[in-house]
Write a new protein. Structure first.
Length: 409
């Protein structure tokens, strides 16, 4: 899939440039494309190397959080909720613990820990799957929860925004939280509707009602604030919660006599390796996207959408961020590169730059998660997994547009 997307971008850009050169007599088009290519090649290295410090820090804290048992504790709290969502899985089945730990790691932004835990959870669910080549109800619910999981600390988005020169990189925190909550809720209800799961149970309704009440109260308060005040509020809570989490991790580690310093250093060592490893992937996608934009093809597509919005009397400020939305279900690296390119083109603090950041943090990459998780256990027939995942994606991306107009317009 990723190979087809990448080649499709490059060939489409080249063909459109040929059209401009032949029919529009644009003799400078190839020069413009080459300049954009070289600029993106340089930018990809600058971004990756600039992430080393924050990656090292967060991976160090993540390692201490794992060793101190915080993720295990959170997984125990989530286990009753998962039993309501997946009634076919026994409460004491090992899959419950694996799923809880995977989604807890996702919520904390611990991507490195989340993927292996997710694969282990999928393998546990496969053991009780009566049809080994077909996705079970529990596996589909778990996959949709992964593709739409609430991320409390979207640190990766913050890192890219800081690298792009955002004045307050964390000001997208509350919009991302609202958008990803909408994605998760729609995903859960869509799967429950198809699988005829009864969600009218205390273990599910009580946490949901508490969260919705807190969210509704917050929204009533936030609607009274200006866009600038909302951005400041979002940044405050993001910074407060992240620092509180760091202090909590270190405090628990000290109580449990965990060698926090040693584990922090071991985790931080991975930061440099990861920053270097992402250079080729980021470079590949940024080059393809830069060719699309410099050839004029991407702008032509956006102008067409903008024209339709004008005819329908819709505001068009969101259109420049749509490329991130188009790529999000298909390619995580592609959507990330498109977010970076959007911020580089329009500015990290522009409406498009902020919206693309919120879109990036609102959902996971449905097709990638489906391929990796189902592929790891040999599932060939996915049933309604793709449809439910895409419905959750659509909800998250639509919510991203709505909350960005609320916070930043």
């Amino acid at each position: 899939m990723l190979n087809r997307i990448w080649l499709g971008f490059i060939f489409s850009a080249f063909l459109y440039a040929g059209y401009q050169a032949v029919f529009l007599a644009n003799t400078q088009i190839y020069s413009t494309m080459m300049q954009a290519l070289f600029a993106m090649a340089e930018l990809s290295v600058e971004i990756s190397l600039g992430l080393i410090g924050i990656l090292a820090f967060w991976l160090g804290i993540s390692r201490v959080a794992e060793q101190s048992g915080l993720i295990d504790r959170l997984s125990q709290l989530l286990s009753p909720v998962f039993h309501c969502l997946m009634p076919s899985v026994a409460k004491n089945h090992p899959a419950m613990g694996h799923m809880s730990m995977n989604l807890a790691a996702n919520a904390m932004g611990l991507d490195n820990a989340a993927t292996p835990l997710g694969l282990k959870a999928m393998q546990s669910l496969q053991q009780i799957n009566p049809q080994k080549d077909t996705a079970s109800d529990a596996q589909i619910m778990f996959l949709v929860l992964n593709t739409s999981s609430v991320t409390i600390f979207p640190v990766t988005v913050f890192m890219y925004r800081a690298q792009a020169g955002a004045a307050a990189p964390t000001d997208v925190f509350l919009p991302i939280l609202l958008a990803t909550f909408a994605s998760t809720l729609v995903g859960i209800f869509t799967v429950a509707l198809i699988q005829k799961i009864n969600l009218l149970k205390t273990a599910f309704l009580v946490p949901l009602l508490l969260f919705v009440t807190l969210l509704s109260t917050s929204m009533i308060y936030m609607l009274q604030l200006s866009a600038e005040e909302l951005a400041n509020l979002s940044g405050f809570w993001a910074n407060f919660l992240i620092l509180s989490f760091v202090c909590l991790v270190l405090f628990v580690a000290s109580i449990k006599k965990v060698e926090a310093y040693q584990h922090f250093v071991e985790g931080a060592k991975e930061g440099f390796e990861i920053a270097v490893k992402i250079i080729p992937y980021l470079l590949a996608m940024l080059i393809a996207i830069s060719l699309l934009r410099s050839s004029g093809l991407l702008q032509g597509l956006l102008d067409s959408i903008r024209y339709i919005c004008i005819l329908l009397a819709f505001d068009t400020a969101f259109v420049d961020a749509l490329p991130t939305a188009f790529l999000k279900p298909l390619s995580g690296s592609g959507a990330r590169a498109m977010m970076v390119e959007t911020m580089n083109t329009y500015g990290a603090d522009s409406f498009a730059g902020r919206l693309s950041s919120v879109m990036q943090g609102s959902t996971e990459t449905t097709f990638y998660v489906l391929a990796v998780y189902f592929g790891s256990v040999g599932i060939r027939y996915t049933r309604h997994a793709i449809g439910c995942g895409l419905v959750a994606d659509a909800a998250g991306l639509s919510a991203a547009v709505f909350v960005c107009y609320l916070f930043f317009a």
